[in-house]
Design a protein around this ligand. Structure first.
Ligand SMILES: Nc1ncnc2c1ncn2[C@@H]1O[C@H](COP(=O)(O)OP(=O)(O)O)[C@@H](O)[C@H]1O
Ligand SMILES: CCCC(=O)OP(=O)(O)O
Length: 357
């Protein structure tokens, strides 16, 4: 018997959907959302209907009968920190996706839309999330900041980083659990993780914490200047939050969340080139930090995400950190297959869905 799985991946700058029949990809679509389109919504939760309608209409246009789907796997979500794995969408998960304890991100909609579509089928089809952005394997020493009122948290592209890590391990004939890797995911957000024998022992908080700036996020900012702005009376709390996430990074410097547009314009405009170089420079620096975390024992540096298509950024980073370990580029991401394969393994009984509490 074959199984059909629908994978739903809402990102900050896109909604990606795919249908797999067993291991075979039958359909994939990347629907891009411009900064203006996203700015029309007050928050992520209010994008639910917009993104769900797009998904259903794309599937209809492609001629798929969603009643034939056996499982729906959505990207999740800023729920409580949890271990890597597949989680069936239950009441506790729905509650936390609707009231996310760690804040807003488009991936909160993955589990919610998956659940909504599964319920509407009325045939027992189940919804899941897999390796959500809150997978937490940080080593204790990495959790401290510099003040006990603040804690470093693990919010990153866990799904794609783990999928790409396993792909690379397979390619070099080793197990993910037997090697050390540094993986930089370069998407709407940027995360750089230190993978120590299958566990991400340190990673920047790609959402609103620290690390390199990204198409729509500011990354680490000088704290003194930030505090001054917060108390200047010039900005509301919501406006400051938007500066950190949504309207930071490329959006703030250049008015676009499209790194491809920046890549093209940077060829002629020095302003665009400087910002592109700065983003590349910060990624290189973050990789250097993670090399120290792994005490120099690094089997590979992997660059992935949409911006890994950019040859200028890739060359810049290679020049900075090529001395550490071999660098391999996996432009784009493997999230759709990773979501679908997690669903398939559950349907086949090869993997048990974990219970979110
Ligand atoms: N061929 C390309 N060259 C340069 N940048 C690209 C290319 N394709 C996509 N990107 C950029 O990658 C970013 C989106 O990456 P992606 O991993 O899809 O992010 P997300 O899932 O967060 O929406 C966008 O800024 C987009 O412009
Ligand atoms: C929330 C961490 C993961 C992330 O930044 O995803 P996007 O790049 O899709 O926004």
């Amino acid at each position: 018997m074959s199984f059909k799985i629908l994978a739903i991946n809402p990102g900050s700058t896109s909604t990606k959907i795919a249908i797999f029949e067993d291991e075979t990809e039958k359909f994939v679509k990347n629907i891009k959302h411009s900064a203006e389109e996203i700015a029309k919504f007050d928050n992520v939760a209010s994008q639910f209907q917009f993104r769900k309608d797009i998904i259903l209409s794309e599937l209809k246009n492609a001629g798929f009968n969603i009643n034939e789907i056996n499982a729906i796997v959505g990207r999740g979500g800023l729920v409580k920190p949890i271990e890597s794995g597949v989680y069936e969408v239950n009441e506790a998960l729905i509650n936390d996706l609707n009231n996310p304890p760690l804040g807003e991100h488009a991936s909160n909609l993955g589990g919610l839309i998956a659940n909504d579509i599964a319920k509407s089928l009325n045939n027992g089809t189940k919804a899941y999330i897999a390796d959500p952005v809150v997978v937490d394997e940080l080593q204790d020493v990495a959790r401290l900041t510099g003040h006990p009122d603040f804690t470093r948290v693990s919010i990153f592209h866990a799904l794609n980083q783990k999928a790409i890590a396993r792909t690379y391990a397979k390619e070099i004939g080793k197990k993910y659990e037997d090697i050390n890797l540094i993986i930089a995911h370069l998407g709407g957000g940027v995360s750089v993780g230190a993978h120590d024998h299958g566990r991400v022992i340190d990673v920047n908080n790609a959402l609103d914490g620290d690390g390199p700036f990204s198409p729509e996020r500011s990354g680490s900012l000088p704290t003194g200047q930030l505090v001054k702005l917060c108390f200047s009376g010039k900005k509301t709390e919501a406006e400051i939050k938007k500066m950190l996430k949504g309207a930071g990074g490329l959006v703030a410097y250049l008015g676009t969340n499209d790194a491809y547009e920046v890549e093209i314009k940077a060829k002629e405009d020095p302003k665009y080139k400087l910002v592109q170089d700065a983003m590349s420079y910060q990624v290189g620096k973050a990789i250097g930090e993670m090399a120290a975390v792994l005490k120099g024992k690094v089997d590979g540096i992997l660059l992935t995400g949409g911006i890994a298509h950019n040859p200028f950024l890739v060359d810049y980073v290679k020049e900075m950190v090529g001395f550490i370990a071999p660098i391999k580029v996996y432009a784009g991401e493997d999230e759709m297959r990773a979501l679908a394969m997690n669903g398939l393994m559950v349907l086949r009984g090869e993997l048990s869905g974990k219970t979110y509490k």
